[in-house]
Design a protein. Structure first.
Length: 529
């Protein structure tokens, strides 16, 4: 039977995977049109699987030479000659696997006339010309994990060689590869090299010939549907496939690793446990939320890589905290280096004309990381921990009590404090309070559509129950009424009759407390702090 995998490569005969044929067909058009380009996206985003699929699809018409820089080290990039020798040797087994004729392989293997180091790339360019002009088929070159080489000047000269060969072929002066595909995280088109060593300020991109890559590598709900449909045909769980595909997309933003990891958790770690004795019970919304909790609490290279990038880039760190905790909104600007960095590593994405954290799972993981990184609200955290058992009974979360106790303890800790620190961090303090109560059992996330400096809606899921809590800063009665109307709209959307509101009021004449508001068939419990 097939299985779900989060390893570097999904094989159709062995693994359940989304239908990527439509994406692949768009990439194949680039190959057929003799384009050189980069598949540039975050870690564990399906690049290696896509290259494998392309190789299998293209090999009937092209010799596809697919290699990787994953195992390279400093030695291979110590000089031009060292790299050229490595590159030529690495392609020999690829040529054999692709079915290239023996004379072509022997000619490529021969390095007896390799020139001195300063001429090595000229020699390689001539070698590529001979290879491509002698071949009975066009040749496609694919290189995975090019990030290993992007810090080496030698690699820039290699890119420059491919570029010069490509431009010469366009002028019918020599032969070149049909297409070159480079796959990695780093945006290679932004790499620069000196035009001449003596002209330090004249820089040029050695990969400025690259065609724009038009394919979104994230998984859409219909693509996730195709994978679940294949699984369902094998196990007949009775799951609501459209609903599950939509919910997985909502939680993951279509990030391929997260999509597959959720499915893997459901199949390999949840079904058969006390709450999910059968596959039918596991492949439900409750099972999905349980899988999300497992993922949020695990240590993996994807999360550790994201945290490292944020830690290493303070400007990106500040931007993300401003969005998560202060409701700041940022317009999409492709030239903003913070967004470029966040997008490169899959942390940020574009939604309409604004930027946001890419998906709910990343968002919650970042909230949790920031909470553990800081000493903020230790006293409130302790209060929530001490009272945790009182807030829950059976499978029910007593959200009314949560709001009442938050109001009491916030007032006790910060009631006389009206400085900007408390005002700017009020929402962060509430999220820390609720996280302490539901951690390990429930999930929470911030509804991105409503997050701004004045208002944030938090969705709490607790063992099948949903609660909507609006967090807002007091800006007068008219704004307050609009907030109530907006919350009522959200209750309608989620088919709920009761909502919650926390109003941070920093006026000197405020009246803190908890009261209930009835609006038609809906009720709102509001805590003023």
């Amino acid at each position: 039977m097939k299985s779900f995998t989060v390893d570097s490569l999904c094989v159709p005969e062995e693994n359940y995977m989304v239908d990527i044929r439509e994406k692949a067909s768009r990439i194949i058009r680039l190959v057929d049109n003799k384009k050189y380009f980069t598949i540039n996206c975050a870690r564990q985003y399906g690049k290696t699987t896509m290259l494998f699929h392309l190789k299998c699809t293209l090999r009937d018409r092209y010799y596809v030479l697919s290699t990787s820089f994953a195992a390279t080290g400093n030695e291979e990039f110590s000089s031009g000659a060292a790299f050229v020798r490595y590159f030529v040797r690495s392609l020999v087994p690829r040529m054999e696997h692709a079915g290239c004729p023996a004379p072509l392989i022997d000619s490529w293997r021969d390095m007896s006339d390799l020139a001195e180091d300063k001429e090595s790339f000229s020699w390689l360019r001539s070698k590529i010309n001979v290879l491509c002009s002698s071949s009975d088929r066009p040749i496609v070159l694919m290189i995975d994990e090019v990030d290993r080489a992007t810090n080496n000047e030698v690699f820039l000269y290699f890119l420059s060689t491919l570029r010069d060969n490509y431009l010469s072929a366009r002028q019918k002066m020599e032969a070149s590869f049909q297409s070159v595909i480079l796959a990695g995280v780093t945006d290679i088109t932004n790499l620069k090299m000196k035009i001449r060593p003596e002209e330090e300020h004249q820089l040029n991109s050695p990969w400025n010939i690259a065609a724009r890559f038009p394919v979104d590598m994230s998984f859409s709900a219909p693509e996730i549907f195709s994978m679940l449909q294949e699984y369902e045909a094998d196990y007949h769980t009775g799951m609501d496939i459209p609903a599950m595909a939509t919910q997985i997309r909502e939680w993951t933003g279509g990030y391929p690793f997260l999509v597959s990891r959720i499915c893997q958790c459901l199949e390999e770690e949840l079904w058969g446990t006390p709450h999910f004795e059968t596959r039918s019970l596991a492949w439900t919304r409750d099972g999905l939320l349980a899988a999300v909790r497992l993922i949020l609490n695990e240590d993996n290279t994807l999360f550790s890589g994201i945290i490292k990038q944020i830690t290493d880039h303070p400007d990106l760190d500040t931007l993300i905290q401003d969005m998560l905790f202060h409701g700041e909104t940022y317009a999409f600007n492709p030239d903003d280096p913070r967004f470029q960095m966040g997008r490169m590593y899959g942390i940020l994405s574009r939604r309409g004309e604004q930027i946001c954290v890419s998906n709910r799972i990343f968002e919650i993981r970042l909230y949790n990381w920031y909470f553990t990184r800081e000493k903020l609200a230790d006293r409130l955290h302790g209060s929530a921990q001490d009272l945790k058992n009182r807030f829950t009974s059976g499978n029910h979360l007593h959200m009314d009590l949560v709001l009442k106790k938050f109001q009491e303890h916030f007032t006790a800790v910060y009631g006389s404090n009206t400085d900007s620190f408390v005002e700017n961090n009020g929402r962060k303090i509430f999220l820390l309070f609720i996280r302490t109560i539901i951690n390990g059992t429930g999930n929470y996330y911030v509804e991105a559509e409503t997050q701004d400096r004045q208002r944030t809606d938090v969705i709490v899921d607790y063992l099948g129950e949903q609660f909507i809590v609006e967090l807002k800063i007091w800006h007068g009665p008219e704004y307050h009424r609009r907030g109530e109307d907006q919350l009522i709209g959200y209750l309608e959307r989620y088919h709920l009759t009761r909502g919650y509101m926390v109003s941070f009021n920093f006026n000197q004449n405020k009246v803190p407390g908890v009261h209930e508001v009835l609006l038609g068939d809906k009720s709102i419990l509001e805590a003023v702090v």
